[in-house]
Design a protein around this ligand. Structure first.
Ligand SMILES: Nc1ncnc2c1ncn2[C@@H]1O[C@H](COP(=O)(O)OP(=O)(O)OP(=O)(O)O)[C@@H](O)[C@H]1O
Ligand SMILES: [Mg+2]
Length: 205
């Protein structure tokens, strides 16, 4: 049987990396085979996207969005789908909702972004970590260089975009302002219900 595809989304510093790692551990403790992955990937296309984000190379607005999508297509075809067909649960830190949110806020037409991304596989479960933009800023390391989306106004716009995208794509919204363990418990509850983890346990007992 195919494994499930779970996506974690949210603004910068929402806790995606922290929480996807904790969720991976939690599911492994429950006997599932899990692979944790992320976008942009660590491959050549993801590397180009990250270099553009860091302004090391200059790539035009829509070309950059298509680069994220090329990385995504490669990621789906070479990692996500092969892992799922082996029965592994795939947890992905950022997915096409990031392109929709950040691409829109960077001034790209939403319908265009949507049309490029809409045919990618949808996650079986999408979790949106909703964080106050001020908290996001407070979690930023001081020595961080100026990036594209580092001002509170921009972070707030990305959050607004995420809120509407979450509704459109039925992502489960989780309040990410609490402690790491509070947020983790909320996520585990949603994922356990989705994967019937408690049910399986009670069968075993
Ligand atoms: N619930 C939390 N409370 C306080 N600090 C947190 C919480 N979750 C994460 N952090 C801290 O905030 C910072 C960003 O966390 P993390 O890297 O998990 O976020 P992210 O969403 O993956 O960020 P990015 O979008 O930059 O990749 C880290 O220093 C992490 O330790
Ligand atoms: Mg991260």
């Amino acid at each position: 049987m195919n494994g499930k595809f779970i996506v974690i989304e949210g603004i910068d510093n929402a806790g995606k990396g922290t929480q996807s790692t904790l969720l991976t551990q939690h599911l492994r403790e429950n006997g599932l085979k899990v692979v944790l992955t992320k976008e942009p990937t660590n491959g050549i296309l993801g590397g180009l996207s990250k270099a553009a984000l860091n302004k090391e190379i200059n790539i035009s607005g829509r070309a950059l969005q298509l680069l994220f999508c090329a990385d995504r297509a490669h990621h789906i075809e070479t990692e996500i789908e092969p892992m799922m067909s082996k029965g592994l649960t795939v947890i992905c830190d950022r997915y096409f909702f990031s392109t929709l949110a950040y691409g829109f806020v960077s001034g790209i037409n939403y319908k265009w972004l949507r049309s490029v991304n809409i045919n990618f596989r949808k996650p079986d479960l999408g979790i949106y970590l909703d964080l106050d933009p001020k908290v996001s800023l407070s979690r930023m390391p001081k020595q961080d260089g100026i990036q594209l989306f580092d001002t509170i106004q921009k972070i707030s716009k990305v959050r607004q975009a995420y809120i509407s995208i979450s509704k459109e794509f039925h992502l489960k919204k989780v309040d990410a302002n609490g402690s790491v363990s509070e947020v983790s418990q909320k996520i585990n509850k949603i994922v356990d219900k989705f994967l019937n983890i408690n049910e399986k346990k009670s069968y075993a007992n």
